[in-house]
Design a protein around this ligand. Sequence first.
Ligand code: BDR
Ligand code: CA
Length: 311
Amino acid sequence: SPMSRKIILDCDPGHDDALAIMLAVASPELELLGVTTTYGNVGLDDTTRNALQILELCGSHVSVYRGASLPLVRNRISAEFVHGKSGLEGPALPLPSRGAETTRATDFIIQSVLDHPHEVTLCPIGAMTNVATAMRLEPRIVPLIAEVVLMGGGTELGNWTPAAEFNILCDPHAAHIIFSSSANVTMFGLNATHQALAMSQHIAAIRAGGNRSSLVAAELLEFFKVAYHQRYGYEGPALHDPCVIAYLIQPDLFTLEGMNVTVDINEGVSFGRTVCDIYNVLNLSENARVAMKVDADGYFDLIAKRLAMLP
Ligand code: BDR
Ligand code: CA
């Protein structure tokens, strides 16, 4: 529709990425221009296949563009422990019947922003390498990006080191490029996404949708739940990535605060930490809006309702 907001979803599916894709496809408020993939939870070949499998499950023909397979400077890390060997363990999904485009993710991002100035929202929910690289390849896009709404970082704890969140830790230098870019950045970090735990009643409500996509989503959450319980002792898995999409559809589910955010790119114990100046003690300019509160029941309600509309 003419009023829908153009987005590019840059992801590393990934259980929560898969639900973010489903939510985007199911939401008429959003025009999903393309899905770009990155290494992250698992390697690029796996995340790309997973993205294609999920789109096919949802009956979507949106194009998939392969992106980075390695970070800019550091070595690659991955999260098989949480997402399984394929990156999407749990449900049995058929192999995709189509492949990714030959155009690279960075070229697709650059061209989309140039073709639709001030209209394209970039949604990185994996390693930040593709968006940062696009900004470096073609700096003219930076002021033309409508918004960058990302999942990564946090105002307090990390989940991959005590200080750093996984997506930022995958490529702290790339995250640093984005936060210091002057683009309009909104951050969904762990302080917010850890309020969005998929408890049994939320998973049951999704399963109750009864359609294929809802059943797969419920199975993904059941697998994710075991991994999260083992690793973090949580009663339900934190459903990080779909927060970005839910915010674009229903912003009143979230409370945001503007502040200065700096990524620690020093290779010490806080490497990859998003240092968030909540009290503005440094008196620097605000470069990000940071999600602080989530209405978890409203969030899962939205997800269950939308996923029920898919095939
Ligand atoms: C982030 O890391 C990944 O494992 C998830 O998909 C999410 O994007 C959470 O730290
Ligand atoms: Ca992710």
